[in-house]
Design a binder for this molecule. Structure first.
Ligand code: ZN
Length: 195
């Protein structure tokens, strides 16, 4: 899919919103992105993951592993299209682990799938987890790449869309200066103050 088409899909489903937001980090932004809003439509998930499928379909992938929770829908759909097993890793006492009887077989060729990569921390943990079980990570795929610096996953990284998100310190936020009401993402409540 072309970049414009993907962005259009993000906007029409409300996954990408413009305004004045206070992010969980405390920073302010003029954009907010919630990938689940687009992935909740199976037909769009199928479309987006189709690009990941086409990129990796002849890489002899045998297993897709996704970090929970964000990566699950992407991992499942990519695994479905590749006709391979799809599992997810989840945090147990803060450590990424495979539960529920999920397995990585020694030598198995693994594709790691995520919805949004920001720092790449969760994906890196999954990569290490797969390697520790003798799996071979052949690639990492994500719908969106929001990283600010290149991340070395030790395998090819294939994001569908690189999205730079403008963030500001509250003190130097231009939207605050214009008194634009601020919204905490995920809630419809407007904050009375601008900070
Ligand atoms: Zn602001």
């Amino acid at each position: 899919m072309e970049k414009d088409k993907i962005l259009e899909l993000f906007k029409s489903t409300g996954a990408l919103q413009h305004g004045h937001f206070r992010l969980t980090s405390g920073l302010h932004s003029s954009e907010y992105f919630q990938c689940a809003k687009v992935l909740q439509y199976p037909q769009y998930n199928e479309l987006l993951c189709g690009d990941i499928f086409r990129h990796f379909h002849d890489w002899r992938v045998e297993l897709v592993v996704a970090p929970a929770i964000g990566g699950i829908m992407v991992g499942q759909e990519v695994a479905r299209q590749l006709r391979v097993r799809g599992v997810f890793a989840e945090r147990e006492d803060k450590t990424m682990s495979l539960r529920r009887g999920f397995e990585v077989k020694p030598g198995e060729r693994v594709l790691v799938c995520e919805d949004v990569v920001t720092t790449g921390g969760s994906v890196l943990e999954v990569v290490e987890l797969v390697k520790a079980r003798g799996g071979v990570v052949v690639g990492v795929a994500s719908i969106v790449d929001r990283s600010r610096e290149p991340i070395n996953f030790g395998a090819e990284f294939f994001p569908l869309l690189k999205m730079e998100v403008p963030v500001y310190q509250p003190e130097s936020c231009p939207l605050c200066k214009e008194n634009v009401p601020i919204v905490k993402p995920g809630s419809r409540k407007l904050d009375a103050s601008t900070k």
